[in-house]
Write a protein that binds this ligand. Structure first.
Ligand code: ADP
Ligand code: ZN
Length: 297
């Protein structure tokens, strides 16, 4: 039987999957991200073992970044300038291709997640642009435009957008090493933890942290609505697990847009515009499988 591989290469963990679609997953494995040699070794070993008796056609990777997505570049398929120790200039695609000898599709983790949500959920197929945002250890944007992941000059880095920051309300200076109080610097999981001296998981839903968090996310989402005119925005990542946060973001987006955009999807049915991931925590790895299928066509 023909099967495909998917890898969600995250900064804290790798998820590997073998299958053909969300309802036909043959094998799945999660393990922590350590050194490139050890982590990629485990991934290679997983595919060699799990694919026995099947025909492995291609593998898709959705990776943490920054990554090089330009097919003509000498460092195509690399993780490039990451501050993650040991991982800068890692030839992810090359190492996997050399070991497994199948075509490799490559994109950012968030583009893969966006592609997964777009490909596998029938209700999303016709919704374009579709944006996928993760609010977790970092903040990232993946975008499907005209059915394909958006690359451009590098790839979207919307987590570093600049937003209004009222220091009388929120004196926290932000923790982005490049920009201080960019969106990620103000609203990532680690930023929440630094501001309140507690992990987000331990802050109750009625804590003031969440109204502030909702406001920053909503500023960014409103900017993205103005810029992309998306038909769907999927909000994923660990921080969005916080009970009630998604609804707070929806209300804040309506408040910020203030009636300017006359679409029912904003003024009335915003719960149809801004949604949680339909694939749960598998959007990225299932999207990587969708990328593998596309590359083999
Ligand atoms: P990563 O971005 O590394 O893939 P996650 O998306 O799981 O990982 O995000 C991890 C971040 O999410 C951590 O900073 C953690 O504190 C935060 N987080 C996890 N669960 C919750 C929760 N229920 N409420 C708020 N923050 C949370
Ligand atoms: Zn930044």
């Amino acid at each position: 039987m023909k099967i495909y591989g998917g890898i969600e290469a995250g900064g804290t963990k790798f998820v590997c999957m073998l299958g053909t679609d969300p309802d036909h997953v043959l094998a799945e494995e999660r393990f922590p991200t350590t050194t490139p040699a050890e982590t990629l070794g485990r991934a290679i070993e997983f595919f060699q073992r799990a694919a026995q008796g099947h025909k492995l056609i291609a593998i898709g990777i959705g990776s943490f970044g920054p990554v090089d997505l330009h097919a003509e570049s000498p460092t195509y398929g690399y993780i490039t300038t990451t501050p993650k120790p040991g991982w800068a200039q890692t030839d992810l695609c090359g190492m996997l291709h050399q070991a497994l000898q199948v075509p490799i599709a490559f994109d950012t983790d968030v583009n893969a997640a966006a592609f997964g949500e777009h490909t596998w959920l029938p209700e999303n197929r016709a919704l374009d642009p579709l944006l996928y945002l993760t609010v977790g250890t970092g903040i990232g944007l993946g975008a499907i435009v005209n059915g394909q992941p958006l690359h451009g000059l590098l790839h979207p880095e919307a987590g570093h957008m600049l937003l209004p920051h009222d220091r009388t309300v929120d004196p926290f200076e932000g923790d982005c090493p490049f920009h201080g109080d960019c969106w990620e610097g103000l609203a990532s999981g680690p930023a929440v933890e630094k501001r309140w001296n507690r992990r987000g998981e331990t802050l109750p839903p009625d804590h003031p942290a969440w109204q502030l968090e909702a406001r920053y996310i909503a500023y960014a989402v409103a900017n993205l609505i103005y810029a992309f005119s998306p038909q769907r925005i999927v909000l994923g990542g660990g921080v969005m697990q916080q009970a009630g946060l998604l609804d707070r973001v929806r209300h804040e987006v309506q408040r910020i847009i203030n009636g300017y955009l006359q679409s029912d999807r904003i003024t009335r049915d915003i719960d149809q515009l801004i949604v949680a991931p339909g694939l749960g925590n598998r959007s990225g790895v299932l999207g990587a499988i969708a990328l593998a299928i596309q590359t083999a066509r």
